[in-house]
Design a protein around this ligand. Structure first.
Ligand code: FES
Length: 196
């Protein structure tokens, strides 16, 4: 079940940045700190965020706040994973994500540690608007296989956050450092457990 993110929602996310471990849409997340002084709260705002990923169903996307940004945690369906292999590199601005932000340990094509679970910032790399989910094939034209659309200036991204040619966004959606440990995802830690 996808959930579009709009600009007002993004502003709300940023407004709650001082409270760590906030989840914006139906996720189970462990708050890392419960009672803090202002300085502790500021420090914790940049702290890793832990997400329970045991209940995400294929096709669902959670919106998690990390460092004042909306981060999408999405479990792709087998069809969505397969669609990534059918998009010609010529239709993508940065097919191998060489010029885009993502950790070296994620797969270059799926942009994820495991093929199904993708973690990426829901922030357009053009001017920072919040793209909305357009996950139904055909929703944006006959050759549309599902992905994300930025309503501000029309950038289009696939289900790995790779930006299509003709979009004003110059880079793929950023993949933040993250670590998957069974049913636990930690955003803000690299795969070796170091804080990023
Ligand atoms: S901010 Fe997304 S296309 Fe301009």
């Amino acid at each position: 079940m996808s959930e579009p993110i709009n600009k007002s929602r993004r502003r709300a996310a940023i407004a709650t940045a001082a409270v760590p471990g906030v989840v914006l849409g139906g996720a189970i997340v462990a708050p890392l700190v419960t009672s803090m002084t202002p300085s502790e709260r500021a420090k914790a705002a940049g702290a890793p965020v832990e997400v329970d990923i045991s209940n995400i169903k294929p096709g669902e996307k959670l919106n998690v706040e990390w460092r004042g940004k909306v981060v999408w945690v999405m479990k792709r369906t087998p069809e969505q994973i397969a669609s990534l292999g059918t998009i010609p590199a010529s239709q993508l601005i940065d097919a191998d994500s060489k010029g885009s932000e993502q950790p070296g340990y994620v797969d270059k094509k799926t942009r994820s540690i495991t093929p199904d679970l993708v973690v990426m910032e829901g922030v357009c790399t053009h001017l920072g608007c919040s793209p909305v989910a357009k996950l139904t094939p055909g929703e944006l034209g006959n050759d549309w296989q599902g992905g994300f659309y930025c309503p501000c200036h029309g950038s289009k991204f696939d289900v790995a956050g790779r930006v299509f040619t003709g979009s004003p966004a110059p880079k793929n959606l950023a993949v933040p450092p993250h670590k998957i440990d069974g049913t636990r995802l930690v955003i803000g830690l690299s795969q070796d457990g170091k804080e990023a």
